[in-house]
Ligand binder design. Structure first.
Ligand SMILES: NC(=O)c1ccc[n+]([C@@H]2O[C@H](COP(=O)([O-])OP(=O)(O)OC[C@H]3O[C@@H](n4cnc5c(N)ncnc54)[C@H](O)[C@@H]3O)[C@@H](O)[C@H]2O)c1
Length: 292
């Protein structure tokens, strides 16, 4: 069972804009921690899909015994709609729409209009919190809450402090992360935050080693798994995340932090060939069951 901090007072109601892979996971995390959860999607079709995603995770928690509540009780605290007005009264609203800066800025402004009293967070994995916060009149109550996929299994949330984020906002967010049983790491707004920057640096070096024939993919991964106790080697992890996703982050970090993040040619070639990792059936490894 997840260890939640019993001393933390979570907001009574929280909102999530965008109920995709991450939004549904975030909604689930607060739902099983006792909050009322309002998810807002862009249209009816997505609303139905988002609702099914959250309820599937909730049912899995009930089945695993990681919550003592019934599925009905959990479902009774969940509302999935298409109207932003549902966010009125939420103490925290997290946007989890796709990683497109303009879409995120438009979403944050929408949230601020309907929930002026809320702390607002972005689940962005790479966009600058200061750049997003500039769209808000008052960015003191805005910060990054970067959850990891799959949210129910991941213990980590990067709490990203922007230049304008107040101490009070930061303290509340750190407490709430503990309150849902996860570990907050606090990072100043900087390209790639902590996790992507370090993870991508290791992944790119592993790809360069493969490119230069230093060792096989299996041996490079085994070196990190057995030598450094990484649960998954850097190349297999790149396959799981998606080579295209990693290339996108590497290009961004290259632009912001310089040559050490220049994407290796092998990564570019594989993405161009459609070898995107697990989701396409082939990356640095073969994934026969997943590519279909
Ligand atoms: N997938 C991951 O592994 C991962 C990990 C960490 C962070 N993130 C970040 O989380 C965010 C969401 O990623 P995801 O993987 O969940 O994407 P996703 O495509 O699965 O979900 C995005 C959801 O947003 C909805 N949406 C789009 N426009 C909307 C709008 N205008 N109003 C309301 N809803 C809207 C879509 O219908 C969709 O359900 C991105 O910023 C991504 O970088 C993703």
């Amino acid at each position: 069972m997840t260890t939640r901090s019993p001393h933390v007072r979570l907001p009574e109601a929280i909102g999530v804009l965008g109920g995709g892979v991450m939004g549904a996971g975030i909604a689930h995390a607060f739902l099983v921690s006792g909050c009322l959860v309002q998810v807002v999607e862009r249209d009816e079709e997505q609303r139905v899909a988002a609702s099914a995603r959250v309820l599937r995770s909730a049912a899995a928690s009930v089945e695993r015994g990681s919550t003592t509540e019934s599925l009905d009780a959990l479902a009774g605290r969940l509302a999935v709609g298409t109207d932003d007005a549902a966010f009125a009264g939420c103490g925290l609203v997290i946007e989890a729409v796709p990683e497109v800066a303009e879409l995120k800025i438009e979403s944050l402004v929408r949230i601020r209009v309907v929930a002026p009293g809320a702390i607002i967070a972005s689940n962005t994995s790479s966009i600058s919190i200061d750049e997003l916060g500039a769209a808000l009149d008052d960015a003191s109550r805005f910060l990054g809450l970067h959850f990891f996929n799959p949210v129910p299994a991941s213990k980590l949330v990067e709490v990203v402090r922007g230049a304008a984020t107040s101490q009070q906002t930061l303290d509340a967010a750190q407490d709430w992360v503990a309150g849902i049983g996860k570990r907050a790491v606090t990072v100043r707004d900087a390209p790639g935050f902590a996790s992507s920057r370090l993870g991508v640096a290791l992944g790119l070096e592993a790809i360069r080693m493969l490119e230069h024939g230093v060792a096989s993919a299996q041996d490079i991964d085994a070196a990190m798994e057995l030598g450094y106790r990484h649960p998954v080697g850097p190349l297999k992890l790149t396959d799981i995340v998606g080579l295209d996703v990693r290339l996108g982050i590497a290009e961004y970090l290259h632009e912001k932090l310089g040559e050490r993040f220049a994407p290796p040619q092998l990564l570019r070639d594989k993405v161009a060939a459609g070898e995107l990792g697990r989701k396409s059936g082939r990356g640095f490894y073969e994934w026969p069951e997943a590519g279909a």
